[in-house]
Design a protein around this ligand. Sequence first.
Ligand code: B12
Ligand SMILES: *[C@@H]1O[C@H](CO)[C@@H](O)[C@H](O)[C@H]1NC(C)=O
Length: 436
Amino acid sequence: MEPRMLQLLFVLHVLALPVQLCEIPRGNSALIKCLNMELLRLSQDLSEELNPSVYMALRLSADHSLEKEAQYLQRLKNVFQPSASSSIAGGKQKQPNTGRLALYLLALRAACQDMETLLERRLVTRLKHHLHKEKEQIAFKRNGRPITSYYQYSLGVLALCVHGKKIDSHVIQKLLNAEQHNKFTHGRKLSVDTTAMAGLAFACLKQANLYEPKLVAAISLAVQRVTNRILQAQTTRGTFGNIFSSPLAMQLLIATRMSKKPVCPKGMDALLGSLEQGHFQNPMIMSQLLPVLDGKSYLDIATMECQAEQDTLELDTKCPGSRTVILGTKMITVQLAVEHPPNPETLYNHSIQVPSGSSLQDVLRTAAEQSPGHFTFETQTTLHGPFLTAVMGVKASNGERRYWQLLQAPDTSLQKGISDYHPQDGESIILKFSPW
Ligand code: B12
Ligand SMILES: *[C@@H]1O[C@H](CO)[C@@H](O)[C@H](O)[C@H]1NC(C)=O
């Protein structure tokens, strides 16, 4: 072989090396296939909330069940883009917010949908309009915040970018400012999820080739800073932030080709370990995780071609049945308290008996049955599951940036929502009206 050829081979080898280092340890392909199968099953379950993120995960996967994916896309379209005819039948739909619209646009790109038709162009315009309004809200006063959150703002930027659309430089600038002033936080703590999503948006903008050199330089710097922040958030266990923010954090490392660092296999091990133990039951989180296990990120949607795909997802793959918790005959006791600072008294504090295996939502329902008119609560369906919006008449209003935080006494914030969390016997739960 010619020396130059050898040189080239060497260079290629070195280039390939980083990816190799963060390969999925062998023997996990069945585990990953089962996650894929479970998401496919959820997409067919009509009682589940329609979720564009689930569709994106199915599309980014190496294995497919094309007919089922097409069916799911159609159902998404019916809800997110009701055509003239179906809106007569179904009445007026609630307009999706910035984040949902962004996820839907990402899903359309993952379907290689033609975006030049009137209907699709209108969607892009609508998202641009949403981002414009979010931007105005940030500029409205010193320390202004977006209408929704920087997470959804980033999703919006990412979606337009993945479609190759040029984004208003002021909209980008606001996200850059937020990064520089450490605004990707909840309370005083860094939100790894938000930081990762902003990082994905920056990484896409950096590659877009649509902006002035000065802006590109600022974006590149932001990619670096955000990535470093994620790397610093790695715990000794290998997770970035908690286990549920790790999928998005890993997506960022994959997108920025930081997967060569030793942090990557450690993060991957943590994810696979938790997957094996059945910790990923929430469809939204599962949909953020699956691409990672295929070495993909949401950025890869930008280059999807949707050709030569084949049905390779075998429906008879042997997987552990979905781990639905069966209610026991034994009763357990859970202490439930409600706090509304600065009010020093607890508004409510009772011990509640429920069958073992009950969710926190079941505990709340039982409490409401036991003290009708006293303990009340309301929830709202989201892509993540039921979100607790009001307790004893106190509603978390949107602009106020307050929410009902779920705590294990005295002050451990729960990492799961009311329908996913299953308290143990003797556990003490506090619902606390908190700022974020
Ligand atoms: C922003 C955010 C919040 C904000 C939402 C307010 C707002 N106006 O945006 C605040 C700070 C209030 C919040 C609260 C909580 N959150 Co939160 N949140 C997020 C984040 C970063 C983005 C969500 C989003 O905008 N999605 C995109 C839009 C398009 O989808 P959506 O369905 O319309 O979004 C709404 C819901 O996601 C809802 N929401 C936010 N968090 C949660 C959590 C649960 C369990 C549910 C059911 C709904 C929900 O608020 C969004 C805006 O309305 C995600 C990160 C992620 N990886 O997904 C974490 C995340 C979903 N949250 C999480 C958790 C644990 C919580 C809490 C349960 C924490 C606690 N101990 O109290 C509470 C919810 C309590 C309740 N009242 O039910 C976890 C869920 C993990 C899991 N196992 O599923 C995540 C993944 C963060 C993490 N890594 O730990 N959250
Ligand atoms: C609720 O009551 C229990 C026992 O009556 C007590 O131990 C606990 O501290 C109280 N919790 C709160 C938050 O006040």
